[in-house]
Design a protein around this ligand. Structure first.
Ligand code: DGL
Length: 269
């Protein structure tokens, strides 16, 4: 019997470049898979917008990717995952995986002290979606959320260490330094880029939602018989809603891989 192989791409979307930290992990776990990445660079950032707006943007982004014939959707943006996962699962007939649930599951499993800290954008923290997902697993775990809105622009500027990032991190994270949290969840696509700074300042073990999501998508595709055959040479395609120049420059730092096949698109909206 010939081996089953599903060569349809995996679709990944984010508000901009940040989701490339998730794509990098997906590529590491599933090196033969074709991927289409969509970055909504004309409307980034999502983390300061209302839930209603984030939901609308997320549905439009997903429609675009589904129209490209993807076999599964990864919502790489924490803010979109926090707000729109249920609606996306209801509206699209393919497996949809967000970053919040895998991050929450890993955190609950490793939080020895029954205290978990979560950092993310304002919209993610205000949505309390990590807290809900963690408490669904274990009601007795205490969850503290801290919004760190300045991290995203600093990281996009390429300031990944040094005085300004250190001071900003100290200011945001001082409340959890002595809080005996068992783990700290990096609940934003950008934060893995400064995980050394965050880890050193807090001394708390970190949960990287990008890594956990990549693990889950690889198990999910295997369980559903949707993997591409071994040894397949993958094609990576990128779509953005603003001009590609800055996305490519910043994105190659995030992805640690060349970004070549890229097009600008306008969503019907
Ligand atoms: N991708 C967003 C997230 O993970 C961060 C950037 C934004 O605010 O759009 O929440």
């Amino acid at each position: 019997m010939p081996e089953l192989s599903d060569e349809r791409p995996i679709g990944i979307f984010d508000s901009g470049v940040g989701g490339l930290t998730v794509m990098k992990e997906v590529m590491r776990h599933l090196p033969g898979e074709n991927i289409i990445y969509f970055g909504d660079t004309a409307r980034v950032p999502y983390g300061v917008r209302s839930a209603e707006t984030v939901l609308r943007y997320s549905l439009e982004n997903a429609s675009f990717l589904v129209s490209k014939g993807i076999k599964a959707l990864v919502v790489a943006c924490n803010t979109s995952s926090a707000i729109s996962l249920d609606s996306l699962r209801r509206d699209f007939p393919i497996p949809v995986i967000g970053v919040v649930e895998p991050g929450a599951r890993a955190a609950a499993a490793r939080a020895g002290s029954k205290k978990i800290a979560v950092i993310g954008t304002e919209t993610t923290i205000n949505s309390r979606s990590y807290e809900r997902a963690i408490k669904e697993i274990d009601r007795s775990i205490e969850v503290t959320g801290i919004a760190c809105p300045l991290f995203v622009p600093l990281i996009e500027e390429g300031w990944l260490d040094g005085e300004i990032v250190n001071l900003t991190a100290q200011k945001y994270l001082s409340a959890i330094i002595n809080d005996s949290a068992g783990v700290l969840v990096l609940g934003c696509t950008h934060y893995p880029m400064i995980k050394n700074v965050i880890g050193e300042i807090t001394g708390i073990p970190l949960i990287d939602s990008a890594v956990e999501t990549a693990r889950e998508i690889s198990t999910l595709l295997a369980d559903k018989g949707l993997l591409c055959h071994e040894g397949h040479v993958p094609v990576m395609e990128f779509f953005v809603t603003d001009s590609p120049g800055k996305f490519v420059r910043t994105g190659e730092r995030f992805l640690e891989h060349p970004i070549e096949r890229i097009s600008k698109v306008t969503l019907p909206g």
